[in-house]
Design a protein around this ligand. Sequence first.
Ligand code: PEP
Length: 247
Amino acid sequence: MRKKIVAGNWKMNMTPTETKELIAKLKDKCNTDEVDVLFVVPSIDVTTAYECLKGTKIKLGTQNFYFEEKGAYTGEISAKMIIDAGAEYVIIGHSERRGIFKEDDEMINKKLIASHKFGLKPILCCGESLELREKGTYKAFIEGQIKSAFNGIDKNQAVNTVIAYEPIWAIGTGKTATSDEAEEVCKFIRDVIKALYDESVANAIRIQYGGSVNAGNAKEIFSKEDIDGGLVGGASLKEDFINIVHY
Ligand code: PEP
């Protein structure tokens, strides 16, 4: 039985001071172990968030890192820094990083390998544009993203990777995939994982849906067989997130 994971991606929002205020509003009501609850905060907020979340079951993640261990990479942060600051998880391959910051499949593969090597738990994002959805080629595209990202990842590492299916046309647009559309792709991704590894890995790996999840649609989406929770952007900054956690 896979445990659901509900993660809030704060994106580039919240100063350290605002982090304290938001966590004070959310933490008691999000403090459950019925699902894994995760706050994915900007790196600058990790230390503050870690202090605020002490004594709760809420897990902490950040949104990016660089795959090298250390060195002359001005402006970047390493896995070791993130772990030392108190976070466990990292998002890799979010469509905003692929699109705005031009991270390609090769970079994403290096980051997935490095996250496991250095002990950060990855949430690997994938998902198609509206153009590919309308053309009908979205599954082949997503299969390519998954195969490329998992190149060099062993079975044990694969089981300990969370995948987030996030159709780009649904992110921050208020336009959610229907629960059937989301389930179709999450099931497809599970089949791709089965072909790459085996049935036990496919059954164990957690696959989230992300894209305009809110308190009104979470229950229907998260109740689907192959959807193991959600990656939530906009609604994770509001008290709405509490209702998503308790969908
Ligand atoms: C996201 O940032 O991963 C996301 C899904 O955003 P939103 O929920 O705002 O669409």
